[in-house]
Design a protein around this ligand. Structure first.
Ligand code: ATP
Ligand code: MG
Length: 474
């Protein structure tokens, strides 16, 4: 039994789809192969999300045959690339025509020609993504591994199938993909491959911002330690090209209570801390950029050390152009701007004494993002001194308690009897005056103490049965 057969057991939902695709391939007399991430992820024991299929012949025709057999109406065709996508429940089946490509200089638009499986795999980005599993009857589950992908998967190595300089020059986005896979899988980028990135990095400018941002987003969403990617980008020089604001933080030292390390390493630590708590993209992104104005605001103050007065305000103002350039949505931009502007406020509140009005003002300014803001503040504690960490954590705990307390008070203040004054007057036969207020407060008290539920009916019944007593008390 081929070892892949063990990884794709017959009752597995992905296997079921693959076996159906194999039948369709046989019926249509085409060679089909499973390629790319699905094989890599199965071997690594990760969940398989998408199915990438390569056929020797027309990928688009084959995608239509799949859709027909699965009774699906939707096929997204990309004739220029010879590919098509078939969404099937929450799985996307992507079908490509096996191809050989030639790139022209200064362009990432390949001239596509039909090719065989070997040619197709050789133009893929990394050896670990250049494995193919046969979906053909006579060789079902058989693995094609022309570039030692299995070895590299086992050894944890990212390497290009062909010459890395050529591979990266042809499609420079592959450099970012190398860094993303390395971070996501905990793999090492092989030395020659990494040197090639340093050499070819300037070609990144031919890649559209949309593709770069898509890859950056995937990097920021890596489950654990996304910082690794930024360290690699810094090391090979890509960071200066795609995120100079972050590259500029390198070497800006800071030493005061909450922080240590230079601003670059501090920001990466905050990012990793946040990644432990949430996979929310905008919060992770804000963690990365919240200190971008520190280089510009850095001043040395005798007796205090390095200070960064106003970096939260200047930083907030830098967020808009940065997000525009990255083509992020307005929603993310506004979120990151607000969070950057407010990121010191909880610290100030904790230090200056937690008054109701300061807390209330912060809640109003942060609005629905107050919890995220506190999460950011907690992640912002990167001190290595356990005593300080405990102290700052306790400070934020007090702020959180105070927020809950103030919210509760405000909720009670905003609370109103479900029975309005005119009805109280009618039921009790009163004319306008302080007695109406007295009765109303009595109803509110009965609700707040839990004696009756907060409904119109209950309040009315309560009043009818207690009105005699209440009126006698006035
Ligand atoms: P994931 O979906 O987790 O990002 P994946 O390997 O499935 O990983 P996709 O972007 O879905 O990545 O691409 C599918 C396959 O197509 C890859 O495994 C790789 O073989 C090939 N591929 C994708 N992008 C490129 C590229 N820019 N250059 C060369 N090959 C690529
Ligand atoms: Mg994929």
């Amino acid at each position: 039994m081929a070892f892949l057969e063990l990884l794709f057991p017959p009752d597995d939902p992905i296997t079921k789809i693959l076996l159906r695709i194999a039948q369709i391939a046989e019926r249509n007399n085409v060679d089909a192969y499973l390629v790319g991430g699905a094989i890599r992820d199965r071997i690594l024991g990760h969940e398989t999300k998408d199915i990438d299929v390569t056929v020797v012949g027309s990928g688009i025709e084959f995608a239509k045959a799949i859709a027909h057999s699965f009774r699906l109406k939707k096929v997204l065709e990309y004739p220029r690339f010879g590919t098509a996508m078939v969404p099937y429940h929450d799985i996307i089946i992507e079908v490509a025509t096996a191809r050989s490509e030639q790139y022209e200089n200064n362009s990432r638009k390949p001239k596509v020609a039909e090719g065989n499986l070997h040619e197709d795999l050789s133009r893929r980005d990394f050896t670990i993504n250049a494995l193919a599993m046969s979906l053909n009857k006579e060789s079902l589950y058989e693995l094609s591994d022309y570039f030692q992908g299995l070895h590299d998967l086992d050894a944890g190595i990212i390497r290009t199938p062909l010459d890395p300089v050529t591979t990266f020059s042809e499609d420079p986005l592959r450099m970012l993909r190398a860094i993303r896979f390395s971070t996501q899988l905990g793999f090492k980028i092989e030395d020659e491959t990494f040197r090639a990135i340093s050499k070819v990095k300037d070609r990144m400018v031919i890649i559209s911002q949309e593709r770069i941002t898509e890859e950056l987003t995937k990097i920021l969403k890596v489950p654990r330690k996304p910082s690794q990617a930024f360290l690699l980008m810094k090391k090979c020089g890509l960071l200066e090209i795609i995120l100079p604001e972050i590259a500029n933080l390198d070497g800006v030292d800071q030493k005061n209570g909450y922080h240590h390390k230079d601003v670059f390493n501090h920001s990466l630590q905050v990012l990793d801390n946040i990644a432990e708590k949430t996979d929310k993209f905008e919060l992770r992104f804000t963690a990365l950029i919240h200190d971008i104005a520190k280089p510009q605001t850095k001043r040395y103050v005798e007796g205090k050390g390095w200070t960064f007065y106003g970096h939260e305000e200047l930083g907030a103002r830098m967020v808009k152009p940065l997000c525009r350039r990255l083509k992020l949505s307005n929603k993310i931009m506004e979120y990151a701007e607000k969070m950057t502007r407010l990121h010191l406020r909880p610290i100030a509140i904790a230090e200056e004494g937690v008054t109701d009005s300061a807390v209330r003002r912060l809640c109003v300014d942060a609005g629905e993002h107050i919890e995220d803001l506190i999460t950011l503040c907690r992640a912002d504690i990167t001190s290595k001194n356990p005593r300080k960490v405990a102290e700052y954590t306790a400070n934020f705990d007090r702020v959180v308690d105070k927020i809950a307390e103030v919210e509760e008070k405000d909720r009670l203040r905003a609370f109103q009897s479900p029975l309005h004054g005119d009805e109280i007057m009618k039921i009790c036969n009163l004319s306008p005056g302080p007695a109406v207020g007295y009765v109303k407060r009595a109803i509110e008290e009965a609700i707040l103490s839990g004696e009756i539920p907060n409904t119109y009916e209950a309040a009315k019944m309560y009043l009818e049965s207690h009105k005699k007593r209440l009126l006698s008390e006035i």
